[in-house]
Design a protein around this ligand. Structure first.
Ligand code: BF8
Ligand code: SF4
Length: 655
């Protein structure tokens, strides 16, 4: 592909520079492979290809008698619904298994079997314990941690009929009843996922609506898994606080040993951070100026949030970190690591190190990471990277000198601390009062990935700028945060350039009181994809403070470049909570009008949240803003009426 072509496929100038270099060197990347895959199969694209049993694949052609159903008689709506919810099962498995690993490590830490880990945030431990009903009075941290970890593990496989603890403890009464009446509250995470696979086996459920509700149960299992993952990770490694760092390929340092952590689970990446600090001298002895650790994808977000480790790339540009010729090792754990990175490693000296027994890539070096020998394993891995530095070929090093400042680390607690500087008695009121006064119009949370079907980073940045201009307060997680970081939107520079007058005034007011050395950013980085639980906590507490149900809140979500199964499971629980969720890539459900209608319309009547599928970013921004405005306007009408008649505000769905 030519430079001009690449420039149409990404708005990240560093990525474009590296893609041009790859093109010149005839090194293929996912950008080329996407092109080579065109045209993609229409049956698959619209969700009407079924491979659930090996009589298939069955492809539906509605106008052709005999082919208007699958061999078993499954209609298009059954097939589309089954395919869709099986994505949710995949996403929920990934997120919750990550959470399970964290819970086991907390348990083993409390039992003394994981000596390299400790309870870093005792305050959070107490808060979590109290939230889930674990006694704290007169007990030491270790005892409490053990009970908390056991409760978390019980959420995976308990056999009573009560909803999962982490779900029940984090939603209000209105949602509790809603989930009960719609029968979508999971009683155990593993059960919800297994049941969904059962429900979608050939010859089980043919009713698309029932299948979708089964999917929503698994989506809430996804929520449960990620909520406990966030909580317990904060206990083990600390709750993020504002931190200053940088993003994009310019964070690589030609004079240092460059090591990238890639994947999701901070149990590994956090240990690599500690190990790298201890092994600085060895890197110097090897002729480098030190070790430069960088992050990719969500494990990158985890260490950015807690340690200020810079981000080299998000999902879309992961191969290009290797293309710089300056990366000595890429350490991967699980999820979203494109196997194509190995092809790039083969063209350079970069060592790909796999660490999980469920995540291996042929030809890479495998160092099994074990919680009982965590530090030892992490050191072994970092030493391999240092040894690799000597094999680097300086003439092949080409680092784009492009990076942006990032102010990150806005956990829910960090945001509340910020608001508390203005209103210590009711911190969240700082946000809700600004909305009530119309200074800011509402909140939009960005989440999700990059997808080769879209222009890399473009939609995320475009929508964020449009909404900022209209005074919408913005938060972000995942690879969307990566896109915004690389574009300078997670910095003070972003405020000056893009905030509307109300938003600017609001941020400046926070900044004046913040007591931080750095200025505040335009968009607030709340963490990795599992940290969407932090975003849910934000909207729950805003609604509680305003005395309204979540579906009335002027709060929307957007996954402009959604790609993974995980993004589908997140989007699905977001709508069950009552939040409209924009998706910028059309998922494979156009093969059934009925299923499409359930996700975009029926969901609105039942839950107040629903999907907005819109591939044009400008139009998407308009639709999101329209939602925020309408909800905000109705709130003000209800508030005025309540004041006039001395009653409480109406509690109705706004959709
Ligand atoms: O969990 S945003 S591409 S890295 S799935 Fe993957 Fe999507 Fe990135 Fe993080 Ni989330
Ligand atoms: Fe075909 Fe039915 Fe088998 Fe699907 S489950 S592949 S529609 S026969």
């Amino acid at each position: 592909m030519s430079t001009a072509e690449f420039e149409k496929r990404t708005v990240d100038p560093a990525a474009a520079e590296m893609l041009t270099a790859a093109g010149e060197a005839q090194i293929l990347t996912s950008w080329d492979r996407y092109k080579a895959q065109q045209p993609q199969c229409k049956f698959g694209l619209t969700g009407i290809c079924c491979r659930i049993c090996i009589q298939g694949p069955c492809r539906i052609i509605p106008s052709r008698p005999g082919q208007d159903k699958g061999i078993c008689g499954a209609s298009a709506y059954t097939i589309v619904a089954r395919n869709l919810v099986r994505y949710i099962a995949g996403g929920a498995s990934a997120h919750s298994d990550h959470g399970r690993e964290i819970a086991y490590t907390l348990l083993h830490t409390a039992e003394g079997h994981a000596k390299d880990y400790k309870i870093t945030d005792g305050k959070k431990l107490i808060q979590v314990a109290e939230k889930i009903g674990v006694a704290t009075e007169g007990r030491d941290e270790i005892e409490i941690a053990k009970d908390v970890a056991v409760k978390a593990l019980e959420d995976f496989g308990k056999y009573d009929h009560e909803p999962c603890t982490w779900l029940n403890a984090t939603i209000d009464e209105e949602r509790r009843l809603k989930f009960k009446h719609t029968n979508i509250a999971p009683t155990a995470i593993d059960r919800a996922i297994a049941q969904l696979l059962h429900q979608t086996h050939i010859g089980t459920d043919a009713d698309p609506v029932n299948i979708i509700f089964g999917g929503l149960k698994a989506a809430l299992a996804d929520y449960t898994g990620m909520s406990l993952a966030t909580d317990l990770t904060d206990v083990l490694f600390g709750t993020p606080q504002p931190v200053l760092t940088e993003a994009n390929l310019g964070v690589l340092d030609a004079e240092k040993v460059n090591v990238a952590v890639h994947g999701h689970n901070p149990l590994l990446s956090q240990m690599v951070v500690y190990a790298a600090r201890e092994l600085e001298k060895e890197a110097v002895a090897a002729g480098a100026k030190g070790i430069n650790l960088v992050g990719i994808c969500c494990t990158g977000n985890e260490v950015l949030m807690r340690e200020g480790i810079p981000t080299a790339s998000n999902f879309g540009s992961q191969e290009l970190v290797i293309m710089t010729g300056a990366l000595d090792a890429m350490i991967m754990d699980v999820q979203c690591i494109s196997p194509g990175v190995k092809d790039l490693c083969n063209c350079f000296h970069t060592m790909l190190i796999t660490t999980s027994n469920i995540s291996k890539v042929p030809g890479s070096v495998h160092i099994e990471f074990n919680e009982t020998t965590a530090m030892e394993d992490a050191k072994k891995i970092v030493k391999l990277a240092i040894a690799q530095y000597g094999k680097r070929r300086p003439e092949r090093v080409k680092i784009p000198q492009l990076k942006k400042q990032v102010v990150g680390g806005f956990s829910y607690e960090a945001l509340i601390d910020l608001f508390a500087k203005i209103n210590p008695d009711s911190p969240i009121s700082v946000l809700t009062d600004a909305i009530a006064a119309g200074e800011i119009k509402g909140v939009c949370a960005f989440a999700g990935c990059n997808n080769q079907k879209t222009i890399h980073d473009h939609a995320t940045i475009t929508i964020a700028k449009e909404l900022a201009k209209k005074d919408v307060f913005l938060v972000s997680t995942g690879c969307a945060a990566g896109a915004l970081a690389k574009a300078g939107l997670l910095s003070t520079e972003g405020v000056e350039a893009f905030a509307g007058p109300g938003l600017k005034k609001f941020i400046k007011r926070l900044e004046e009181h913040s007591g931080l050395n750095a200025g505040l950013p335009l968009v607030y980085h709340m963490g990795s994809c599992v940290d969407n639980s932090r975003v849910a906590r934000l909207w729950s507490n805003m609604a509680k403070n305003m005395n309204i149900p979540v579906p009335q809140l002027p709060f929307v979500a957007s996954a402009p470049e959604a790609m993974s199964e995980k993004s589908i499971s997140i989007g699905s629980w977001v709508i069950t909570m009552g939040i409209p969720c924009h998706v910028g890539v059309m998922p494979p459900l156009e093969g059934s009008e009925l299923v499409h209608g359930v996700t975009t319309k029926i969901a609105r009547d039942v839950f107040g949240g629903y999907f907005i599928f819109e591939t044009d970013p400008e139009k998407a921004a308009e639709k999101l803003y329209e939602r925020i405005e309408k909800r905000g306007w109705k709130l003000r009408v209800h508030k005025t009426a309540a004041e006039k008649y001395n009653s409480s505000p109406a509690r109705v769905y706004e959709g």
